[in-house]
Design a protein around this ligand. Structure first.
Ligand SMILES: Cc1cc2nc3c(=O)[nH]c(=O)nc-3n(C[C@H](O)[C@H](O)[C@H](O)COP(=O)(O)OP(=O)(O)OC[C@H]3O[C@@H](n4cnc5c(N)ncnc54)[C@H](O)[C@@H]3O)c2cc1C
Length: 509
């Protein structure tokens, strides 16, 4: 892989992509495919690991990398690879117990062709059967669902017999003919040493770089986006690399640094023309964060002994999503997780660790999640690079409790004893650079271009106005393909991209 040790900052790029995570790598892939010359800037480095020793597990848990929060591929190097399409209603304004989930500026139908391509790119294995929430599709999943392990099949059988409909989790894995995945237990929250998980680096960045149109600069920390003197256009970026600052210029800049970094970079890029930060003339940058409130549930499979290492993340229960007869609001989904040693985390108090480990090792760890809502107040306040205040999304606590009780009832009905601590965590954060039709309440237009700047785009989790009810990853990837098409057609119709002057380089130490 190219570290670009001989990186030449004089090179002229059609586009600079900031961040090599899900949005950034997928966008770079599409731009390279469309013939644009692209530089991806990544603050971190590759995760290069010693070869796997005999009897060592395939995966290495995320906690081993806690000193390296930035990496090529971003958090997808550790993700559970659950790649869902959002449901049709997730794109519409929806009333919840604690407020409203906002309408998106595009519909499910607008994104459908890109979902299809993203599923192909990320090799998503799934099936629509038994999922009443599955949106309309122009074609079936590109790969059949991942088979359940016998231990998981037994649980699904009992759930089915007790009247609960169970569907496969769509999974982005290199599984099947010639594939690298061996369906091991160290996947969700683990780095895969077989490169078998279709993360952003493997699924999108590597093929992008193979086109020779896309280059990656690692350890390149984007400090600012630079604008023209009248403030109407971006001209490039200021980065720090190896203790030196450098300016790199391009016709288009796309921000894909994730929540909360994309918002912070916009704010840090303030100029006289944009005194509150880029895209922030209406004060929306950093605001309207949203996400998922999640809780854990443990159906006990065997009190007497630990379960063997098993690939457990393969089924979900989505039937409660639309609400129930006694709950008029959307509820959420219940999903099997991987065998994650969550009790080792610092956040788990010492006294709880042993009991948590005892229960988790004997049960099927599942989680349930409901939407947490954005308001103008939710989000982050920064002082330079530091977050000085976080106002969390508004949680639908009654809905969360309702779904928890339904989850407990569901597994009990199937004959399992259940442990469910009722603790709430926020996952899959979205918003802070959201797209929308109204510049008073959004940073980007429906094409993910900053409202008042000609050639600045963003596409990552921070763009999503709400988190919907399923994992957000595939939606980020689909949106990135769509934005790639928008940028490529803008590039074609705007000759200025081919007449960029050779850049002036500013270097300071
Ligand atoms: C353990 C775990 C399991 C998960 N499981 C799932 C799952 O099963 N399904 C799902 O849909 N989601 C899952 N997620 C969430 C998913 O990984 C994220 O939602 C997704 O990666 C967000 O994509 P993004 O494009 O917003 O940015 P990211 O993927 O976060 O990428 C941002 C990139 O920008 C880089 N960057 C940041 N600042 C700068 C800077 N100043 N200069 C240059 N580069 C910068 C970062 O290093 C990073 O590479 C999981 C996450 C974790 C941690």
């Amino acid at each position: 892989m190219d570290d670009m040790d001989n990186f030449d900052p004089n090179r002229v790029y059609d586009a600079i992509v900031i961040g090599s995570g899900l949005g950034g790598s997928t966008l770079a892939y599409r731009l390279g495919q469309r013939g644009l010359r692209v530089l991806v800037l990544e603050r971190g480095d590759y995760l290069r690991l010693p070869p796997r020793g005999p009897n060592e597990p395939v995966g290495i848990h995320i906690d081993s990398f806690s000193t390296r929060p930035f990496t090529v591929g971003g958090p997808t190097k550790f993700y559970g690879a659950a790649m869902y399409r959002m449901r049709e209603s997730d794109f519409r304004a929806t009333k919840h117990e604690a407020g409203e989930s906002p309408a998106w500026p595009i519909t499910y139908a607008d994104l459908e062709p890109y979902y299809k391509e993203a599923e192909q790119l990320y090799r998503v294995h799934g099936a629509s059967e038994n999922d009443p929430t599955e949106p309309p599709r122009s074609s079936p999943y590109p790969y059949p669902p991942i088979p359940h392990e016998p231990l998981v099949s037994a649980v699904i059988d009992r759930l089915g017999k007790s009247g609960t409909s169970v569907s496969p989790v769509p999974l982005a894995l290199d599984y099947g003919d010639g594939g690298k995945c061996i369906l091991c237990s160290t996947c969700d929250s683990y780095y895969c040493r077989l490169d078998a998980k279709m993360d952003a680096e493997i699924a999108a960045l590597r093929p992008a770089m193979a086109t020779s149109k896309v280059e990656l600069l690692t350890n390149a920390d984007c400090l600012k986006i630079l604008t023209s003197s009248d403030g109407s256009k971006v001209t490039g970026v200021l980065i720090e690399r190896g203790g030196k600052q450098e300016t790199i210029r391009a016709g288009i800049v796309a921000l894909c640094a994730g929540v909360p970094h994309s918002a912070r970079i916009l704010l840090d890029s303030r100029t006289e023309r944009h005194p509150h930060g880029l895209g922030n003339s209406t004060g929306c940058v950093g605001r309207y964060s949203a996400g998922h409130t999640t809780g854990m549930i443990f159906p006990l499979l065997n009190w007497a002994k630990k379960l063997p290492p098993t690939r457990t993340k393969s089924f979900s229960i989505n039937g409660y999503y639309g609400g129930t007869s006694d709950w008029p609001y959307p509820l959420g989904v219940i999903q099997a997780a991987g065998q994650i040693p969550f009790w080792t985390a610092d956040a788990v108090p010492k006294w709880k660790k042993r009991i948590a480990q005892f229960v988790a090792e004997r049960s099927l760890y599942c989680f349930y999640m409901v939407e947490a809502l954005p308001t103008r107040d939710t989000g982050y306040d920064f002082n330079g690079r530091t977050i000085v205040r976080e106002t969390k999304p508004v949680e639908n606590v009654g809905t969360f409790n309702k779904l928890r009780h339904l989850a407990i009832k569901t597994f009990r009905k199937a004959g399992y004893q259940v442990v469910s601590p009722g603790h709430r965590s926020l996952w899959h954060m979205t918003g802070t650079v959201r797209f929308g039709d109204d510049p008073n309440t959004s940073v980007l237009d429906a094409n993910c271009k900053v409202h008042d700047i000609d050639n600045l785009y963003a596409v990552d989790s921070s763009v999503l106005p709400s988190a919907g009810v399923v994992n957000t990853g595939l939606t980020i990837a689909a949106l990135a393909l769509r934005v790639g098409d928008t940028i490529a057609s803008a590039e074609l119709s705007n000759s200025s991209f081919t007449t960029i002057q050779r850049p002036a380089i500013a270097v300071s130490c």
